[in-house]
Design a protein around this ligand. Structure first.
Ligand SMILES: Nc1ncnc2c1ncn2[C@@H]1O[C@H](COP(=O)(O)OP(=O)(O)OP(=O)(O)O)[C@@H](O)[C@H]1O
Length: 261
C-alpha cells in the first residue's frame, strides 16, 4: 500500500520563478493496485515519483509504504522496497555485463548477499524461465552483453530485474515511451503479467492515453501538483482515449483562462 499525504514540493521557493511542483498532493494506492498517472507537461508526475522513491525530499507531507512512514528514509534504504523502471533503457541495466550477470546483480540486490553462489545451474534455469515469459527471445541470450540488445529487450530486462525481488512498490516512469509501438505493447503486457503475478502495488506514469485506457485499475490525472481526476471501477472499464483527452483539453483551457491568456 502506498499513502502520499499532503505532499508539498516547491522549486526556487520565494524567487520570481518559483514552481509549486506538488501542491499538498494526496494519493492512496491499495496493496496490489495498479494506478496509471497521466497529466500535462509540468503537472508534477516525475516530482511525485522522485518523492516516493526518495530521490527528492519533500518540503512537507508524508509518504508511507505498507503503513511504514518512509518520508525521512534515505533513497538507498527505500530502494530495498521500491523498484523503478525509467524511460531510458540505458538506466536500468549494466551495459558491459551479460544478461545473466545483470539478473544476478538484481537478485543480489534483493536477497541476502551471503547466500550468493554466483551463476549456478538453478539460477540460470530460473532466469531462462523468467525471460522466456517476455516473448522476446531473451532466454537464448543469457551470455550476450546488454549493450548489444535492442532498447525494447533492454527495457524488458530492466522490468524483469525490477520485479524479481517482489518489491512493495513498483514505479514505472514512462517506461515504454522510448520504444516502438509493438515493443511498447509487449513490454506493457509483460508489465501487467508481472503486476498480476506478484500482486505488485504499482504506479505508472505515461503520456500514452491508449495505455492509460487499456491497463491498470485506476487512472489518476495530475494537474498543477494535485490529483484533479480519478477514474476507477466501471468508469475506468468504459473510458475511451477521446474522453481522457477531453479532460486534458478542458484543463488546458481552464488553465489558460486562469492565467489570463
Ligand atoms: N529539479 C527541478 N528544478 C526546478 N524545477 C523543477 C525541477 N523538477 C521539476 N521542476 C518543475 O516542477 C514542475 C513539475 O515538473 P515535473 O517534471 O514533475 O512534471 P511532469 O508532470 O513530470 O512533466 P513531464 O510530463 O513534462 O515529464 C514543473 O513546473 C517543472 O518545471
Amino acid at each position: 500500500m502506498l499513502e502520499i499525504r499532503s505532499a508539498r514540493k516547491v522549486f526556487y521557493a520565494g524567487q520570481p520563478d518559483e514552481k509549486v511542483a506538488l501542491d499538498n498532493l494526496d494519493l492512496t494506492l491499495q496493496t496490489g493496485e495498479f494506478g496509471v498517472v497521466i497529466g500535462s507537461n509540468g503537472a508534477g508526475k516525475s516530482t511525485m515519483l522522485n518523492a516516493v522513491s526518495g530521490a527528492l525530499p519533500l518540503d512537507s507531507g508524508q509518504i508511507a509504504i505498507n503503513g511504514d512512514d518512509v518520508t525521512d528514509t534515505p533513497v538507498h534504504k527505500r530502494a530495498k522496497r521500491i523498484a523503478r523502471v525509467f524511460q531510458d533503457p540505458m538506466l536500468g541495466t549494466a551495459a558491459s555485463m551479460t544478461v545473466a550477470e545483470n539478473m544476478l546483480l538484481a537478485d543480489l540486490r534483493s536477497t541476502d548477499r551471503t547466500l550468493a553462489r554466483g551463476l549456478n545451474a538453478k539460477r540460470l534455469a530460473d532466469y531462462k524461465d523468467r525471460l522466456a515469459a517476455l516473448g522476446l527471445g531473451l532466454e537464448n541470450r543469457l551470455d550476450t552483453k546488454v549493450e548489444l540488445l535492442s532498447g525494447g529487450q533492454r527495457q524488458s530486462l530492466s522490468l524483469i530485474m525490477a520485479v524479481g525481488g517482489s518489491p512493495d512498490l513498483l514505479l514505472l516512469d514512462e517506461h515504454t515511451a522510448a520504444l516502438d509501438p509493438r515493443t511498447a505493447d509487449l513490454v506493457m503486457q509483460a508489465t501487467v503479467r508481472a503486476v498480476d503475478t506478484f500482486k505488485l502495488t504499482t504506479l505508472m506514469v505515461t503520456h500514452n492515453m491508449a495505455h492509460a485506457v487499456d491497463y491498470g485499475h485506476r487512472v489518476i490525472m495530475l494537474d498543477a501538483g494535485r490529483v484533479k481526476l480519478e477514474i476507477g471501477g466501471d468508469e475506468k472499464a468504459n473510458v475511451t482515449v477521446a474522453k481522457l483527452v477531453d479532460h486534458f483539453a478542458v484543463k488546458t483551457d481552464a488553465m489558460m483562462l486562469g492565467a489570463g491568456a
